[in-house]
Write a protein that binds this ligand. Structure first.
Ligand SMILES: Cc1cc2nc3c(=O)[nH]c(=O)nc-3n(C[C@H](O)[C@H](O)[C@H](O)COP(=O)(O)O)c2cc1C
Ligand code: SF4
Length: 756
């Protein structure tokens, strides 16, 4: 190995903060097809006794609320996977399946209900798994079940409140969600129960036609809490050795399932806590305990020992819950963010001639933002990895493999990395969905092919943002005659401003895809597009449409304070579309610390070298956004020297400055905490400290004040059309109904497009 492996981790963590300055790295994130035909992606590979038809692996994504209440995979879950198998991926892995509800109380709900699939010895669930595996096999894909010994300290602490049971871990560790809740160390006999339960689950998986099992050993879940000295500080006993539990699990699976069943193991090369938090590891109480994390050399030694015990295949990433933007890389992370990590492991295995018990080389699967076809192919050609894992790219487009094989990269619906409808949906109690694919998680409700219109009708759609464009294309594809009006000269609505910062390259890809989709739809169907056309009530009346779909978007709002009309006060969307507005400004105050405010601050600080202060009224920045996305932005804003002021209101704007009221009480939480999540409103934290109010008026130098204070629905046209009865059927959708997420807009557009 040429590079110092530990130094590589520090280098990567640093690079994640400024990678977008490198044109080649940006080019890697394009949906190009220059390397077609993709001979490496579509070559088979042997893993133990199993041949996989290509090098593409669907990454594990939790099947939260996709099983019925006994834990049996439901038709929702089966159809979701069958859709991905049909799309051409070689190997599908399930989301994590906890194997021992008896030992780790965090997954079990009061009344014995579960929200994850089960595979722990009950016959009642087996038929669901068998149907699932058979459905996947029908399309020639393989299926591995991801077995998880538990969540431990990263599980819900509600078991303490609701069932009087302390959450568990390897040693006394703070719970991730509520650090004041302690997680107790498991007894040795409980660890042995975990080992037996894992063996039983593997045997059940094998009986249910699974082609392999996959151990969930990364990201700081319970297995890693044992395997990493950051969390395992057991003074003595058989499981005080960090390698002991993992090796025991693998040996037990081999004992129960024999030598031929492939075993895959998911590991992080490093938690990267020291590299991310540096001196905070000494200063912050809840981080201090985690100072002794496993070094890269120790990880590599552990991996070799796992192979000797029976592991056939690894995938490898970085990070854990406490720096969640690493294992769950959001949009602003670079394309192929962990390729260097996979390469390091692959080179190590080659140097050490590491071979599996089946006598084969041990393949390394790369993961993390690899949904760009040329980058994925190049990773294999250059020898960075042996297989490529795609998780979110297959939520966005299950047909990714089929399209790439056919050289249709431009037809792929790209993932935009917002994690709103996939990861964040779990936090709010939902199941997996996708912002850009309205059918994800609803495959059993919405068939793959659109139902043809019973009788073609004339449909008018106003607004070519995600909602209007989706509605227009779906309705036209079904056979309706559609006219799409857009007052701008181009499609995209608010997405256009959102795609401007370099870290939003995924959104730019999505815009390009929408343009291509609209063109294709215009060519193939009866869809007329009128750009640069303001749709008035009169014009719509004259059009004599049978149905109208109004997606007129939202209007940015401004706080009702003095000076808001001054020339140095601008809206964030205007600034993003016309960055020249910031010319000559050195000090900028961004008002509003939601996604738009923080992304704009990042844009100004990183791409334009401005000195930025962001003020937010609420105690938390980006409250409600996915913890991983929030963590990335806050961490790298802080590193860039952007001042983040929470509990701060704009009082007035004056020439050259902004005057704010800032709560200076010591009870105001630090805005820079990224190692703890913001809990959703409906979860009561009995241990939370109330925030007292001690406001002070503060003047901040500001050559430019940028407003990112939200949108209100622009629904005047809808109400006017409704009043005048302009068409027999009128819908109001997207931001014009409720300014929310892209997910909400595309879902509404799709549902209406299918229904009209
Ligand atoms: C909604 C969602 C659920 C996930 N659930 C799991 C899981 O159950 N087990 C696991 O090991 N990783 C899980 N992950 C992580 C993914 O497997 C993958 O490592 C990550 O999304 C990065 O890959 P990608 O860029 O291809 O999406 C999940 C990711 C997402 C988005
Ligand atoms: S919700 Fe967003 S991040 Fe998640 S898969 Fe869909 S596009 Fe990607």
């Amino acid at each position: 190995m040429s590079t110092d492996p530990q130094a590589l981790v520090a280098k990567l963590v640093d690079w994640y903060g400024h990678w977008f300055e490198d044109e080649q790295a940006l080019a890697d994130g394009q949906m190009t097809a220059d390397l077609h035909p993709y001979n490496h992606l579509f070559s088979p590979i042997q893993v133990n006794s199993v041949k996989i038809k290509n090098r593409l692996v669907m990454g594990p994504m939790g099947n939260v609320s996709m099983a019925d209440e006994t834990g049996r995979p439901s038709s929702k879950m089966i159809e979701y996977y069958v859709e991905r198998a049909r799309g051409g991926v070689g190997l599908i892995t399930s989301g994590l399946v906890p194997v021992s509800f008896k030992v780790d109380p965090s997954f079990l709900e009061p009344g014995g209900l579960v929200y994850l699939p089960r595979l722990d010895g009950s016959r009642s669930v087996l038929a669901g798994w068998r149907d699932l595996a058979a459905g996947i096999h029908a399309y020639g894909a393989r299926f591995f079940v991801q077995l998880s010994p538990g969540a431990g300290r990263v599980g819900s602490p509600e078991c303490l409140v609701k069932r009087r049971r302390l959450p568990v871990s390897a040693s006394w560790n703070p719970n991730f969600y509520m650090p004041a809740v302690p997680c107790r160390p498991l007894w040795d006999h409980e660890c042995r129960a975990l080992v037996r339960a894992t063996g039983q689950a593997a045997a059940d998986a094998q009986a249910c036609l699974a082609d392999g099992v996959y151990l969930h050993g990364h990201e700081g879940y319970l297995l890693e809490q044992f395997a990493n000295p950051a969390f395992n500080r057991r003074p003595f006993g058989p499981f005080s050795d960090p390698e002991a539990l993992g090796l025991a699990l693998v040996r037990e699976i081999r004992r129960r399932c024999g030598p031929h069943l492939p075993i895959m193991y998911r590991i992080d090369l490093s938690l990267a806590l020291a590299e991310v938090y540096r001196e905070r590891m000494d200063r912050v109480k809840s981080l201090r305990r985690f100072r002794g994390e496993r070094g890269v050399e120790a990880t590599l030694a552990y991996m070799r020992h796992l192979v000797e015990a029976g592991v056939d295949l690894f995938d490898v990433d970085l990070g854990c819950y406490d720096n969640w933007w690493l294992p769950h890389p959001p949009g602003p992370m670079p394309p192929g963010c962990f390729l260097a990590v996979a390469r390091l492991v692959k080179e190590h295995f080659a140097e050490q001639d590491v071979r599996s018990v089946a006598g084969l080389e041990v393949p390394v699967v790369a993961v993390g933002k690899l949904g760009y076809p040329d980058l994925a192919e190049r990773a294999l050609r250059d020898g960075a990895c042996d297989m490529v894992m795609l998780a979110r790219p297959l939520l966005a487009d299950p047909d990714w493999p089929r399209k790439v094989f056919a050289g249709l990269a431009r037809d792929i619906v790209p993932c935009i990395g917002d994690q709103e409808a996939c990861l964040n949906e779990f936090i709010h109690g939902g199941h997996i969905q996708c912002a850009v694919n309205p059918r994800t998680g609803f495959e059993e409700r919405w068939s793959h092919d659109l139902p043809p219109a019973r009788s073609p009708r004339r449909i008018g759609v106003v607004g070519a943002g995600p909602a209007g464009l989706t509605a227009a294309c779906v309705a036209a594809t079904r056979g309706h005659s559609v006219t799409l009006f857009e007052r701008q000269k181009h499609l995209g609505g608010m997405l256009r401003a959102g795609a401007v910062p370099r870290i939003k390259f995924d959104v730019a890809n999505y815009l390009a895809h929408l343009e291509q989709r609209l063109r294709g739809c215009q060519q193939a169907h009866d869809l007329e597009v009128a750009f640069g056309t303001e749709a008035t009530v009169e014009a719509l009346q004259e059009g004599e449409f049978d149905a109208l779909v109004l997606c007129t978007g939202g209007r940015p709002i401004a706080p009702p304070v003095d000076g808001i009309e001054l020339p140095h006060v601008v809206q964030a969307v205007d600034l993003l579309l016309h960055p020249g507005l910031a010319d000559g400004a050195e000090h900028v105050v961004v008002v509003g610390g939601g996604d738009v405010g923080c992304e704009t601050a990042h844009f100004l600080a990183h791409e334009h070298g401005k000195r930025v202060t962001v003020v937010e009224m609420l105690p938390y920045f980006m409250k409600g956004s996915c913890t991983a996305n929030r963590g990335y932005l806050i961490h790298y804003l802080e590193r860039q020297g952007v001042a983040l002021w929470n509990c701060t209101r704009l009082l007035r704007a004056e020439p050259g400055r902004a005057v704010v009221a800032r709560n200076v009480s010591p009870t105001v939480p630090s805005p820079c905490v990224t190692w703890q999540p913001v809990l959703p409103e409906n979860v009561v934290n009995p241990l939370a400290r109330p925030i007292k109010v001690e406001e002070q008026e503060v003047t901040i130098e500001a050559d430019l004040v940028v407003l990112a204070t939200g949108l209100v629905p622009d629904d005047a046209l809808y109400h006017a059309c409704q009043r005048r009865g302009v068409a027999p059927e009128i819908h109001n959708a997207g931001d014009a109904f409720l300014p929310a997420t892209i997910a909400q807009a595309t879902k509404a557009g799709y549902a209406i497009g299918r229904a009209v």
